[in-house]
Design a protein around this ligand. Sequence first.
Ligand code: SAH
Length: 251
Amino acid sequence: MVHFVGAGPGAADLITLRGLKYLSEADVIIYAGSLINKELLNYGKAEAEMHNSAHMTLEKVIDVIKRAEKENKDTVRLHTGDPSIYGAIREQIDILKSMDIQYDVVPGVSSFCGAAASLNAEYTLPDVSQSVIITRMKGRTSVPERESIGSFAAHRSTMILFLSSGLTEELSKELIEGGYEKNTPVAVVYKATWPDEKIFRCTIESLHQTMKDNNITKTALILVGNFLGHDYERSKLYSPKFTHGFREGIK
Ligand code: SAH
């Protein structure tokens, strides 16, 4: 059996109880060493076999799993944040399926949720934005043309950029050309929920300079939108006048 487990964004106590249980029972642990908090590995059995996937290809990862299966061992494949976001789990799952190896997926706290918590922010403010766009700049991995930053920027909704720290000059340009005001607030959250987390607040226009001044080149999220501003409407759900299935509003 293979468990794909979301390790959470950084702080070791942000893994789920289910993830922790599988981790502590695993015979083989394959972890994404570039981003996983190594403290989590202390929860593994002393005799558990550990592999850092940062040094491995997909083929190598599958070889380790195949061998573990032959020996009737349980494997945990530990991914950072939540495995469904830029986790490259689909390609692993498809191979396991083709080999009739059992697997399941345990969700994790994605770094974009960790970053919101660090900022005490809400991405979906009434009258500001009710949508969250999760995307990335194209780099060595391409992004479909119809998902250009410019086309998303036209909505001026909340936008979260993964994997884009090294591309902020172009990012700012595309955000502004696409439709955001250049003074739209931005927060950069470096290593959200880790002990050495850093938060930088700026605007789309000053984003690139802020990244340069603070030497941020990786492990950061760039959060864009007026959810970082002061204005919003209060929610209908908690308004005294609003009636719903669980509460009668004042007439
Ligand atoms: N599955 C992960 C994302 C993996 S892609 C998740 O759900 O969070 C790797 C990218 O995620 C990094 O380049 C960075 O943009 C972002 N990231 C991961 N952990 C982070 C953290 N603790 N703080 C800020 N960004 C993080």
